[in-house]
Design a protein around this ligand. Structure first.
Ligand code: GLC
Length: 500
């Protein structure tokens, strides 16, 4: 079995995890010091959001150098120590690779914009104005306002940016650009990274002939989504990973809501190893809606080469606990689903604590995309400043003491211990990690399915409703999210894992 199918990935947003040097921003050394916590918790793979030098207009997703570490986070030497120590403790590390765009401060872009004849001009996407001087088309950039085109007066053309004007899109149609980007992967693979989460990879291919569509509001850069040539670029990227031993893995951010479209990004085992399936972030909390999503995912990604992933929270979206209106029963049930569905789960740091989004006062807002709430710092200690040596870059969640690691480690019944128990159960149980999904059904607000691996059958039952529920089942209760004692008898909001 390939390791990444068995893995549980834990996303660290480095700015918000652990600050070792007292500048209010988390760093690599902070992560290194908490490796034992992560081993204790029971995850096995870390994904670090970008750590590269960056002007931080998009907090690191605007990369000014793909092959170094921003001083804010530390140094290459500290990165090497982190990898070494992580591997020694049995943890793998994935970096976040941002191939669709760089920062406008990247030397490649400075060269590209310097003149129309520069040898790197074509590494970015440049277009003439229309005859009347207007933009090449009406595409709208991410986060709602403004065009994807910005005029460069000096060289007299527009450049394309799906995101901020300080994030010009790279031109993957240019072979030299592709080779240069492949080398940035090799730089980190040579240093021992176990793979990459790949930012908005569905955008790599561009069809600039798509003009003035009507549905721009659905997702601002929708006309650029899902162009066939992207698959060719992904095969090139996969070939680089395949040059290395130990199965270096790619996890693509494919921001398409249809699992059937997402499934095409696995290719024939020659594109992405894994892809995000983001519909889970937007699925209503109801047994029927989850049955439909699981069924659609199973149909799109079964059996074949496409192994699903599951995610409830990340650095771009409202945290699951906030989405579920702070209802602890639901938050535990959601964690049960995340860790028992067929596929590789992705936990976002703090999810193990049931962390909510912080309320961000207007004068503390820093993100152009309005995502500060889910990026608020992890509270480590009970007492203020919660293990942060200086005031962190964003405010803590309200009631941070209650959510802190210290408080929850000391409480057997905490969300943290619940998550750890689930992770331990999953690690020991082949059915939960590898089993097929069978007998998926939802009725009267109760969802259930069976995971079956070579005859070992484990049932997962989730009561989405606000009333007690009974499921006729004979088996041994392995875990209840609500202290239940009888297999099949569920309190409102309770989830159970039952060995059949
Ligand atoms: C992805 C990242 C997001 C970033 C955007 C542009 O969606 O997850 O944080 O802002 O790409 O790089």
């Amino acid at each position: 079995m390939t390791w990444w199918r068995d893995a549980v990935v834990y996303q660290i947003y480095p700015r918000s995890f652990r600050d070792s040097d007292g500048d209010g921003v988390g760093d690599l050394e902070g992560i290194r010091r908490e490796l034992d916590y992560l081993v204790w918790l029971g995850i096995d793979t870390l994904w670090l959001s970008p750590i590269y030098p960056s002007p931080m207009k998009d907090f690191g997703y605007d990369v000014a150098n793909y092959v170094d570490v921003d001083r804010l986070f530390g140094s290459l030497e500290q990165f090497d120590s982190l990898i070494r120590d992580a591997h020694a403790k049995g943890l793998r590390i994935l970096l976040d690779w941002v191939p669709n765009h760089s920062s406008s401060e990247h030397p490649w872009f400075l060269e590209s914009r310097s003149s129309r004849t520069n040898s790197r001009r074509d590494w970015y996407v440049w277009r003439d104005a229309r005859e009347d001087g207007s933009m090449p088309n009406n595409w709208v950039r991410a986060w709602g306002e403004g065009s994807t085109w910005t005029w460069d007066g000096a060289s007299g053309q527009y450049y394309l940016h799906c995101f901020l004007d300080s994030q010009p899109d790279l031109n993957w149609a240019n072979v030299d650009l592709r080779l240069a980007m492949h080398d940035t992967l090799r730089f980190w693979l040579d240093r021992g990274v176990d793979g990459f989460r790949m930012d908005v990879v569905h955008l790599l291919g561009k069809d600039l002939e798509v003009d003035d569509p009507d549905d721009l509001k659905v997702l601002s850069h929708v006309p650029l989504n899902d162009v066939p040539v992207t698959h060719e670029y992904l095969r090139g990227i996969r070939a680089v990973l395949d040059e290395y031993d130990n199965e270096r893995v790619s996890v693509g951010e494919v921001y398409l809501m249809d699992p059937n479209r997402v499934a095409t990004y696995y290719g024939r085992g020659d594109e992405l190893h894994l892809s995000f399936n983001f519909a889970s972030l937007y699925t209503a909390w109801s047994a029927d809606a989850w049955r439909d999503l699981i069924a659609a995912t199973e149909a799109a990604m079964n059996p074949a080469d496409a192994w699903p992933t599951w995610v409830m929270s990340n650095h771009d979206n409202v945290r699951v606990a906030t989405r579920l209106e702070d209802d602890d029963r639901r938050v535990r049930a959601a964690m049960t689903l995340l860790l028992t569905l067929r596929g590789t789960p992705f936990l976002y740091a703090g999810e193990e604590l049931g962390l909510r989004d912080a309320t961000i006062p207007p004068d503390c807002v820093v993100d152009p995309g309005g995502r500060d709430g889910c990026r608020s710092p992890l509270p480590w200690d009970l007492d203020e400043p919660h293990g942060w040596p200086a005031t962190p870059w964003l405010p803590f969640v309200e009631d941070a003491s209650r959510f802190s690691v210290q408080a929850q480690r000391g409480e057997r019944d905490s969300m943290l211990h619940f998550t750890k128990t689930l992770l331990d159960l999953r690690r020991r149980d082949d059915a939960l990690r590898r089993g097929d999904t069978e007998d998926l059904m939802a009725s009267d607000g109760v969802l259930r399915f069976i995971r079956n691996h070579e005859g070992r059958r484990v049932m997962v039952v989730v009561n989405f409703s606000d009333v007690h529920a009974e499921v006729a089942v004979k088996g041994r209760l392995l875990l209840s999210s609500a202290g239940g004692a009888r297999a099949g008898r569920l309190a409102p909001g309770e989830a159970q894992v039952i060995e059949l």
